[in-house]
Structure formats: C-alpha cells, structure tokens
Design a binder for this molecule. Structure first.
Ligand SMILES: [Zn+2]
Length: 401
C-alpha cells in the first residue's frame, strides 16, 4: 500500500501483483472465473491505429520488459523483434500486430495495463530518439531528459532513448541497464557554488577521476567565447565545451557556435569538441546539425515523447475469430517490405505478399515466449540499437516522415 509519507511509485512486486492495473480487469477476471470461462484460450493482438504528431513510422521498444514480466505465466507470445521500425497499418488499413498473445485470457488479461505501458511509452521515446538522430545527421546525441520525468522510470527512459539511437545516457541506472558509461558535463550549480568558471574548471580537473571526460559548461557567467578559452587553459585534457546558452541570450545560436569554434581553432584547441544543449528538439537540432557541433544534449523532447496509442484486442476465442467493431478479427501474421517498410498482414504465416514496389514482403513475427518460457536468448540493448540504426538509416533515405 502507498503511504502518503513515502514515494508514490509502484514497486516491482506491486506491478506484478496487479496493484497498478485498471480495476475493471480484476473484476472481469472474477466474473470469468465464476462463470467457468477462465481457461478459454484466446488470441489477442497489440496494434496501433495511428501515430502521434503525424509520424508515419515508429520504433517498437519495450518487449524485453514484457517478457520479464510474463516469464512463468501460461502465455505464449509471438512478436516482431524489439527495435522493429514499423508503420501502424497496411495499405488496406489493417492494423499491424506487433505482438500476438495466445493462452487463457485470464492468464494475461489483467496485466493489459502494465503491458501496454511497457511498450507504448518506450516506443514513443525510442521513436523520438531515432528522429532526433536523423535530425542530427547521425552525430552524437546524449539523452539528458530524466529530470523532467518521474525518477522511478529513469531506467526505462534511458534504455528506450538508447535503443532509439541516443549514444549515451545520463543516469547511473540507465548506464547499468544499457551497459554503457553514463555521461555528464558539469551543472551550472558547480560554477555558482565555486564562484567563478576558472575555480570550477580547475576543481573538477583536480578532483574528478581522470577517466571521466572533461567537458566544461561555458555559458554561466560570461561570454561563451571567453569562457571556452578559459576552459581550455584551465583543464589539461579538455574533451569539450558545452553551450547551454539561455534563450534570452541566444540571438543567432548558429553564429555563436561558429564563433566559438573559430576562436578555439585560432588558439590551437582544434581537438576540443563543441556540445550544445538546452531545450533542443528534432527541429532545433536539424537547424544546427550542419555546424561544427560534435554532440547534442537532448532532454525533454525525447524523455517526454508522446506515448504511442497501442491497444490490446482479442481477435480469436476458442478457435473462432471474433473482434470488437472497428477491429479486424482473426489471428494474424505481420509482414514488412525489406525495401520500403510498407507493412502486410495475413491470416497465414507463409503468404506471398507483394509490396507496391514489387518486392516480396518478409514475415517478421517470431515466437519469443512459449507457455511462459523465453525461447530466444535475451538481446543486449546495444544489439537492438544497432538493428534500429540500420533500419532508421534506410527509412530516412526513403524520405518518410
Ligand atoms: Zn516495398
């Protein structure tokens, strides 16, 4: 039970015990058990109807956590791989199943709230990260957005941002989950507490372990150009300078960045990178992607990405197709064109579906859990990210939005 004096996030046990589920699922379970329908086998599919902000593709993220949640249950899961770049519908408006569940409805039904949450929000974050990576023209993108979201989901946000294309994350938990070294520069608080740029730069360099890259923030007190040179002179192995220039001082940000670069180069600090941050999103990143910026620190626009509106629907009950109005019944298999990412859906796994481009589509669903047992080795976030990057490069070359 939540105590008003404690933190308000659910523990893993509370999620597994159904404490966070929508209350009507527990009532449904009791009714089905009372009427002897608890063991009726169903197929249920997870699909989306449209994507937020007019996106026409998205990155499927969160499968690993769903499998971790349902391991040991009596459900079987057939899913597109985590990291699949997908469009939500076929040309014939059929919703494309991302996951198909088979088993007694009561074996997973009351977990619907948790399962959807584990894929809808992470997929939105991964998609925003992928889009930012495209906007940055494949330059380094650092995920800095945890501070605007509840800390209980920092690990989820960082994993999703990393899988979608961010090169590094900022929290220790996110670093552990993604098996990457978390990154950070310095907060304005350090300069304010130390009283000057120079004393903060020197103290950082003296006290922080040498393996931590030296990246100094240069917009706290003075002009970025002056502070950038101060940082170079104060810190021996300076890796980079970060401009988090406040909006009220930004003027022409692109010119400011170029001027700092010029100054650094003129005094021989050509190896010092320029990192920018502060309210960036895919639009503002795109505007400065062609400058000399080496890395973008992107926060809220990724961590607070719109959640995908996916839903779970029963499509077959006891061997017979069934569905609510507005949904297509029957257990379906998901196909995708290897060239243009158009999607196909069939009632058979061995159909030959031709894309409008003429190519034969691949059937992309795989069994991932049989009767509560994982049947594939867990993939590392880095493997999933590599596959996402390859697909995102391909789809971005098609000019898709
Ligand atoms: Zn095609």
């Amino acid at each position: 039970m939540v105590s008003m004096g404690g933190l308000f996030n659910a523990s893993e046990k509370e999620i597994r015990d159904g404490y966070t589920m929508d209350v009507y699922f527990e009532r449904t379970k009791r009714i089905l058990e009372n009427r002897g329908l608890a063991g009726v086998p169903v197929w249920a599919e997870f699909t989306g109807s449209s994507l937020p902000r007019g996106w026409d593709w998205a990155v499927f993220c969160g499968l690993q956590e769903v499998l971790n949640l349902l391991e040991g249950s009596d459900v079987s899961i057939y899913s597109v791989p985590e990291g699949t770049v997908f469009r939500p519908r076929t040309d014939n408006s059929v919703r494309v199943p991302l996951m198909n569940f088979h088993g007694p409805y009561t074996g997973f039904g009351e977990m619907e709230t948790a399962i959807l949450g584990m894929i809808c929000q992470p997929s939105g974050i991964a998609t925003a990260a992928a889009r930012t990576k495209i906007a940055a023209k494949w330059k380094t993108v650092l995920a800095f957005g945890n501070r605007r979201m509840h800390p209980a989901i920092s690990g989820v946000i960082d994993r999703s941002a990393y899988i979608g294309g961010c090169d590094a994350v900022s929290s220790r938990m996110g670093g552990d989950i993604t098996d990457t070294v978390p990154v950070g520069t310095v907060p304005h608080a350090l300069m304010l507490m130390m009283g000057s740029n120079d004393s903060a730069f020197r103290a950082f360099d003296e006290i922080i372990e040498p393996e931590v890259p030296r990246m100094m923030l240069i917009d706290t007190f003075s002009d970025e150009r002056t502070a950038a040179l101060d940082a170079c002179r104060s810190v021996k192995d300076l890796k980079g300078v970060r401009l988090d220039t406040p909006g009220s001082r930004r003027g022409n940000f692109k010119e400011l960045i170029n001027e700092v670069r010029w100054e650094l180069d003129m005094y021989g600090y050509t190896d010092v990178d320029i990192i920018v941050s502060g309210g960036l999103d895919e639009t503002s990143v795109a505007k400065i992607a062609d400058t000399c910026v080496a890395a973008f620190g992107v926060g809220t626009s990724i961590s607070n990405a719109p959640t995908l509106d996916l839903s779970m629907d029963i499509v077959e009950k006891d061997g017979t197709p069934i569905s609510k109005r507005g949904k297509f019944g029957g257990r379906k298999f998901t196909y995708r064109c290897p060239h243009c990412f158009n999607m196909g859906v069939s009632l058979r796994p061995d159909d030959e579906i031709r894309c409008s481009c003429g190519s034969v589509m691949d059937m992309i669903e795989v069994p991932v859990m049989i009767d509560g047992r994982k049947v594939l080795p867990d993939r590392t976030p880095s493997e999933i990210r590599d596959s996402v990057m390859a697909q995102v490069r391909q789809i971005s070359e098609l000019g898709s939005e």
